[in-house]
Write a protein that binds this ligand. Structure first.
Ligand SMILES: C[S@@+](CC[C@H](N)C(=O)[O-])C[C@H]1O[C@@H](n2cnc3c(N)ncnc32)[C@H](O)[C@@H]1O
Length: 282
């Protein structure tokens, strides 16, 4: 039975809702169910207002007409960008204490001083800057060629990530030593804000990459952080993605995923080496 839901201003029919779910699934691999109806409404209603439209039907017609720019806005509006500095702190500790020492030893033996880390689904940049801090704090890596690639599908959030300006309260849980070493506190009209130091930004490259599409880079990466991203994808997309991660990781490379995510039943190309920390086999 057709169910029409009328909220304060815009009508969202089943047909339009299903069309939007299919479009977003197709564009970004994000799986939306009827449980997300209110979320879709609330986030896209802002787009409708910004465009001066009167109904979701008009908005869907715009998208059906092939407006590629609006498809990007639509995906941007739907993505969930929650993140924070040193989220799941044990990942950064494991990177610092276990992965990096071993990796450096292996690389030196192979005559290489190159290290590549990928923050896939980096949102507003906190994860990438946290990785940057850990890498910059390793004295032995000072003269190495170290880079962090930080990617997201959402173009708006990437602009914020590049700016590297945050509310002071967002770094409250960062250790005092790191706060004073890597952030500059705003004064005057910037009071209440902090900015990441330019020297931390130097080796962090923010790029738009849709994980569902072909990737412009070839790797290999030594470490991939893809955390709290695949929860939005269906299992088939997760399976393909983990397989592609295995392909672009160096042999024995590490993959860090989110606390509620797992590779169980999805990939046999990794083994578990810590809580939600995997290592490529071979
Ligand atoms: C909840 S945030 C996770 C941020 C960070 N990794 C963390 O764990 O704190 C999820 C991010 O995945 C991004 N994302 C969703 N679908 C994507 C896709 N198809 N390709 C790339 N990024 C995507 C969203 O834009 C969002 O910024």
């Amino acid at each position: 039975m057709q169910q029409n839901v009328t909220f304060s201003r815009f009508e969202l029919t089943d047909e339009d809702f299903n069309y939007l779910c299919a479009l977003i699934g197709d564009q970004a691999g994000i799986r939306l169910t009827s449980a997300k109806r209110e979320l879709v409404y609330a986030r896209l209603a802002k787009r409708l207002r910004a465009l001066g439209l009167r109904s979701f039907r008009q908005y869907c017609d715009l998208l059906r007409g092939g407006d590629e720019e609006e498809k990007v806005h639509c995906v941007n509006a739907i993505t969930t960008n929650v993140t924070f500095f040193f989220r799941e702190a044990h990942h950064f500790e494991y990177l610092e204490q276990t992965v990096l020492p071993e990796l450096m030893e292996e690389k030196i033996r192979a005559g290489s001083r190159r290290l590549r880390v990928w923050s896939a689904g980096c949102s507003s940049g906190e994860e990438a800057y946290s990785l940057g801090i850990v890498l910059r704090e390793q004295p032995a890596l000072q003269n190495w060629d170290v880079r962090v690639l930080a990617t997201d599908v959402d173009t708006h959030i990437l602009e914020r990530a590049r700016r590297g300006i945050y509310d002071l309260k967002q770094i409250e849980k960062v250790s005092p030593a790191r706060r004073s070493r890597w952030f500059r506190v705003g004064i005057g009209r910037n009071e209440g804000l902090v900015s990441v130091l330019p020297e931390l930004k130097e080796r962090i490259y923010f790029r738009q990459v849709n994980l569902k599409e072909p990737w412009p880079m070839h790797g290999p990466f030594d470490v991939i952080f893809c955390r709290n991203v695949v929860i939005y994808f269906d299992r088939e997309m997760q399976r393909k993605l983990f397989d592609r991660f295995a392909g672009i990781l160096s042999s024995n490379g590490h993959l860090f995923i989110g606390h509620s995510e797992s590779l169980f039943g999805l990939s046999n190309r990794f083994r578990l080496v810590g809580p939600t920390i995997y290592r490529k086999t071979g």
